[in-house]
Design a protein around this ligand. Structure first.
Ligand code: SF4
Length: 295
């Protein structure tokens, strides 16, 4: 039987889960409930409750006050430990493809898009409106990778066009670049229902297309936005704190990990930290922030 939580509790729980996810605490799981154990518990509790009513009715009030009834021993342990589900593996990454001449990159990216077609390779196709392939320059020196499309992206077929996208645009401008000069893509190309984190089988199915895009663009620097992007690019699960603030080698590029803009909208105090991460990327690219005054 499905038990609905109070909507306020449900919302608070969802916000907490998003917060954990943004921090890279992705290994949360619900311990499976043993249906037989639950049934036995319900029967025992009912029998116990009937016995209590009968015994309260037959005991004089004074006796009850002087010698309060001890709680009956639990018939079986209520917190029975069940096995923790094993971690779902992250798929091995494909070989790095041969370099593509800058003049041929548009065609090479179009070929990847054609291969995706009207994709039904994973369950995410069921709820999508549009496949969100990517946006930006095929010759970009800097490439951003997010987790997956949200509602606005799903409507428009472009990555990072909602509120989080506006913040990403601001971050790009603060680096002294224009959005058209960078390349932006996601781990999965279809919107996960309710903006949940993509399941490992969904991310594993879709990410080979991302690796092919990366191999065509060959950016000098990649910025992984959030824990999901970092996990599937680096092929390891680690809290974000352990991955930020340094340069990782990734295929032919340098990879830097920072917070997802959606997380920064929820917790703007972390913007300073994100800016410190972006400055590492700027150093690697030899970029200086634009002078104040808008030149
Ligand atoms: S998320 Fe990727 S693999 Fe899944 S249906 Fe969409 S395009 Fe295909």
């Amino acid at each position: 039987m499905t038990v609905r939580l109070d909507p306020a509790v449900e919302q608070a729980l969802a916000a907490r889960m998003r917060f954990c996810r943004d921090l890279g605490l992705t290994e949360l799981y619900r311990r499976p409930v043993d249906a037989a154990l639950l049934e036995k518990f319900a029967q025992t509790a009912q029998a116990e409750s009937s016995r209590n009513i009968a015994s309260v009715a037959s005991v004089p009030a004074s006796t009850e006050r002087e010698s309060p009834r001890e709680a009956p021993a639990a018939p079986f342990p209520l917190h029975q430990e069940s096995a923790i589900p094993p971690r779902k593996p992250i798929a091995a990454q494909p070989e790095i493809a041969a370099p593509v001449d800058p003049a041929d990159r548009v065609a090479a990216l179009r070929a990847i898009r054609d291969d995706i077609g009207d994709c039904t390779r994973c369950a995410l196709h069921k709820g999508r409106n549009k496949i969100v392939f990517a946006d930006g320059s095929p010759n970009a020196r800097l490439l951003f990778v997010g987790e997956g499309p949200g509602a606005d992206e799903d409507k428009q077929g472009l990555p990072f066009v909602g509120r989080a996208g506006q913040l990403l645009n601001n971050m790009i401008a603060a680096m002294g670049l224009k959005r058209e000069e960078v390349y932006i893509a996601n781990v999965v190309k279809c919107r996960p229902p309710g903006n949940r984190t993509p399941e490992p089988d969904e991310a594993n199915t879709c990410s080979p297309f991302l690796f092919r895009q990366i191999d065509v663009v060959r950016p000098e620097v990649i910025v992984a936005l959030g824990a999901t992007a970092a996990t599937y690019l680096l092929g390891q699960r680690q809290p974000l704190a352990g991955l930020r603030g340094r340069i990782h080698g990734f295929r032919n590029s340098k990879l830097i990990v920072t917070y997802h803009p959606a997380f920064l909208l929820r917790d703007p105090r972390q913007k300073k930290e994100a800016w410190a991460d972006l400055q590492i990327a700027m150093r690697e690219l030899g970029l200086k922030p634009p002078a104040k005054g808008g030149e």
